[in-house]
Design a binder for this molecule. Structure first.
Ligand code: SAM
Length: 270
């Protein structure tokens, strides 16, 4: 197996990091192997990777026995990825394109684990898309690198400053955990802030809840997070009656309402 230092791969292909494309590469193969191990045994599994860049994480996933479908926007990275295709024949498909634009369900036909050191500027948009689709989702698990602060918002418990729409979107029918904290110095070039890998496994969706209504409730409630619910939910038809029906005190604020309580409220309105 070829384990040429990634620094050499990058130099050979002239891959100077582009800030606009959110390029902060991880060169430490041990760290990459640890990230690739987070979803569990990948032997014979399909992985969808966004932003393979020079292919460090891709290589670790291939080493772990996965078949990888990778979408990369920067065509400068394609020759380095072609080298990986030659090393792992039939195991890697590379799609040149923008992950926000492509239709993943056309490209990825099997259940797949999604694993990505995401570009920070598109990370949250992709996460929200993956969390919002039909349930159970087409993906088996998500293993995604975020800025630590975003990771904390995803896993936030009720009552804290980090708790909000993203926590509820991630927790109402899935289980997110911070799997790994990653220091800024692990990236080349180092980003300004620390990072964390979040691991998310789908859970059964609560019955009788329309996703759009839950979204509407959390948007209204957290749009005015310091206000009492009786004020922030005034514009959502039926919400105040539903609060009363459920025995939820309308003087509470959004950040004090648990995920289960938001779900119960959405169910009452659905
Ligand atoms: N996976 C590599 C690693 O771990 O070192 C690179 C990670 S780097 C943080 C993000 C990668 O995503 C870059 O290679 C960048 O070109 C790519 N990228 C940025 N925006 C993208 C998009 N919209 N669609 C697909 N790839 C994108």
């Amino acid at each position: 197996m070829n384990h040429e230092p990634l620094r050499a791969v990058i130099a050979r292909h002239g891959l100077s990091a582009s800030k606009a494309l959110g390029q902060n590469f991880i060169l430490d193969r041990q760290l990459l192997a640890r990230i690739a191990a987070i979803p569990g045994d990948l032997t014979g599994q399909t992985v969808y990777e966004v932003g393979p860049g020079p292919g460090g994480l891709t290589h670790a996933l291939l080493d772990a026995g996965a078949s990888v479908i990778a979408v990369e926007r920067d065509r400068r990275c394609l020759p380095a990825l072609a080298e990986l295709q030659a090393l792992f024949p039939g195991q890697l498909r590379v799609i040149e394109g923008d992950a926000l634009e492509i239709d993943e369900r056309v490209e990825v036909r099997h259940a797949a684990h999604i694993v990505a050191n995401l570009p920070y500027n598109v990370g949250t948009a992709l996460l929200i898309r993956w969390l919002a689709g039909p349930w159970p989702p087409w993906w088996a698990s998500l293993t995604l690198m975020f800025q630590k602060e975003v990771a904390e918002r995803i896993v936030a418990p009720v009552g804290g400053d980090h708790y909000g729409r993203l926590a509820i979107a991630a927790q109402w029918r899935a289980t997110p955990k911070i799997a790994l904290l990653v220091h800024r110095s692990s990236f080349t070039p180092p980003p300004k802030v620390a990072s964390a890998v979040v691991h998310i496994i789908p859970a059964p969706a609560p019955e009788g809840v329309q996703h759009a209504l839950l979204e509407r409730l959390t948007a209204a409630a957290f749009g005015q997070r310091r206000k009492m619910l009786r004020q922030s939910l005034k514009g959502v038809p039926g919400a105040l009656d539903a609060l009363a029906g459920l025995g939820i005190d309308s003087q509470r604020r959004a950040e004090m309402l648990s995920v289960d309580e938001f779900v119960a409220l959405a169910r009452a309105l659905s």
